[in-house]
Design a protein around this ligand. Sequence first.
Ligand SMILES: [Zn+2]
Length: 265
Amino acid sequence: MSTDVTAAAASTGRMARLTGAARAAFGVALGMALPQLCAACREPVEGEGLCGACWSRLSFIAPPYCARLGIPFPFDPGPGTLSMEAIADPPPYGRARAAVRFDETARTLVHAFKYGDRLDLAPVMGRWMANAGRELTGAADLIVPVPLHWRRQWSRRFNQSALLADVIAKASGLPVSHRALKRRKATAQQVGLARTERAQNVQGAFGVRSRARREVAGRRLVLVDDVLTSGATTEACTRALLRAGAASVDVLVFARVVAPARVPI
Ligand SMILES: [Zn+2]
């Protein structure tokens, strides 16, 4: 390796350790665009968000899957088949779809987006969601993102679900309502809570603003969130929207926890 190449590699390494904001400021100061870094492995990438290796590690969800929950089947049991999970414990929402499985790579990507100053990931993540949810948006009137409590939104400066909802709205041609749902309670973080604790944590946490009732009543909605784990948050939002008279609520998330769906015998 020549000295020039070694120096360049060392400088790329230093570059990689700078945060997104610092890199942007540094780039502006030098009057040049710095190479984008992969959101998962922090290697420089051409183009958007993720390098090829990390992209190929993401586990995109595709049919065959449960018509209701969108969780993949190990084989194709035929169109419209519901999983045992959907039959035994049907959710309040109609259908759920997710772009990818929530695994290590997806978690890294979501964390970079939410907490790591990587808002540049919204367009690519939102487009994957728009593809995964085409069936839902094709039969909907309005997109509604899961809201943050105002205090959390104030400290984070943005609502990740709202950014994704904007991209999906643009891709699908649907309007989006950022004001319909309101988070009344500043709930504790769901991370580390058991399923029943998660449900209690979000009980009564969401409501439809009285001014937005007309927007919601009789409409077919697509509720947008970044991750679906226990489903407690999406279920609480769905119930609030249905109470306000929504005709139907489907759920579209970037990543979801997936255990293999069981096909009814
Ligand atoms: Zn990578």
